[in-house]
Design a protein around this ligand. Structure first.
Ligand code: NAD
Ligand code: TYD
Length: 357
């Protein structure tokens, strides 16, 4: 691994991964390739200032010519593919962009890699995927292993499932050296405040309602983004080509419990706030259509084969995340000033407060 193409490196997990890889592997050069959609921002990469080790290229993963050029120009031998439309709620409102980016975009990257790397074994295409491809788990079902059947239920999950299938097909049909990681819900710095954790932190700090979908009894497995980045690096470097590895945190609070924990952290940080205690801001609103009740991955394979362990306890990780958002006013101001953010919040939250309990 010398020249790494990180697609979606200006987004939440991608930018954390770029930072992680630069620190962990001093010999590696990185090209971040990103379209800078609403979710991507150069603000997320602002502190990276060594052009000898990191360059940014603005481009679309669906643009084959541009992808070919960046792969050739930078002698790319490793692709770590994060670029995607990533928010389930947006996939319900506008699924077309999810098919374009997640399916056609992944296909375009695979074609570019196949053409550039014909016959090479010293290369790697790593695809970053999600636990959502398995669909909702029953309350008493065992955690899913890498052998479980796919059953995606949202347009986002279906588009990610389709891209996973394409990646595997390129391994079996063309011998492309691929790996896939399927990960649970991430939280941490630089996450766009449309997802549960940052949305609750930002709304809580502003004294706005904290919208919990339905009864809030849905279960996600929360993992700090640093742990995800370490897992991806281990898989890219030491994972077996053709294999899929699950990545999880082993934390299964309900959504309501996550929000309550965040409220307690906000109480501690802003004890004099007019709206304290923050839990008084919690509002149960109409549920997400087709809302998956529970996800839970078995990530034994990653632990036993590659020795990876999550290092961040959820309580510490959430506290650090609240502190990061509280201390990142300039970053947050840039996000909140964007037309897209204003539109999304106005459309989905400011007018949505439909109480169900
Ligand atoms: P994000 O929405 O924060 O970032 C996505 C990035 O992709 C943005 O920088 C955006 O500009 C870029 N992008 C979008 N369309 C593009 C295109 N056509 N060409 C080039 N760049 C484009 O997403 P994230 O939360 O960082 O997720 C990254 C990856 O990890 C995704 O593939 C997602 O499915 C997967 N994943 C996310 C989570 C999670 O909890 N966030 C969990 C498991 C897996
Ligand atoms: P989210 O962060 O959108 O991630 P995902 O849908 O990929 O799991 O949502 C996490 C959980 O939180 C999910 O069950 C939906 C719920 N949720 C709310 O209750 N309120 C919100 O405002 C958001 C954004 C999510």
């Amino acid at each position: 691994m010398n020249n790494v193409l990180v697609t979606g490196g200006a987004g939440f997990i991608g930018s954390n991964f770029v930072r992680h890889l630069l620190a962990a592997r001093p010999g590696v050069r990185i090209v971040t390739y990103d379209l800078l959609t609403y979710a991507g921002s150069l603000e997320n990469l602002r502190d990276l200032s060594d052009p000898a080790r990191h360059v940014f290229v603005h481009g679309d993963i669906c643009d084959r010519g541009a992808v070919d050029r960046v792969v050739a120009e930078h002698g790319v031998d490793t692709v770590v593919h994060f670029a995607a439309e990533s928010h389930v709620d947006r996939s319900i409102v506008a699924p077309g962009e999810f098919v374009r980016t997640n399916v056609t975009g992944t296909f375009t990257l695979l074609e570019a890699a196949r053409a550039a790397w014909a016959g090479r074994a010293d290369v790697r295409f790593h695809h970053v995927s999600t636990d959502e491809v398995y669909g909702a788990l029953a309350a008493d079902a065992a955690p899913v292993t890498e052998h479980a059947a796919y059953a995606p239920r949202s347009p986002y999950a279906a588009s990610k499932a389709a891209s996973d299938h394409l990646v595997r097909a390129y391994a079996t049909t063309y011998g492309l050296p691929v790996t896939i990681s399927s990960c649970s819900n991430n939280y941490g710095p630089y996450q766009f405040p449309e997802k549960l954790v940052p949305l609750m932190i930002v709304h809580g700090a502003l004294g706005k309602p904290l919208p919990v979908y339905g009864d809030g009894g849905q279960i996600r497995d929360w993992l700090h983004v640093d742990d995800h980045c370490a897992a991806i690096l281990a898989i890219v470097e030491r994972g077996r080509a053709g294999e899929t590895y699950h990545v999880g945190g082993g934390n299964q609070p309900t959504n309501l419990e996550v929000v309550e924990r965040l409220c307690a952290l906000l109480d501690a940080r802003y004890p004099g706030a007019a709206h304290a205690p923050h839990r008084s801001l919690i509002k149960h609103v109409a549920d997400r259509p087709g809302h998956d009740r529970r996800y839970d991955l078995d990530f034994t394979k990653l632990q036993t084969e590659l020795g990876w362990r999550p290092r961040h306890a959820l309580a510490d990780g959430l506290a650090a995340t609240v502190a990061w958002y509280a201390g990142s006013g300039a970053w947050l101001a840039a996000v909140r000033d964007s037309d897209d953010y204003r539109r999304w919040i106005a459309l989905n939250y400011d007018g949505r407060a439909v109480e169900v309990t």
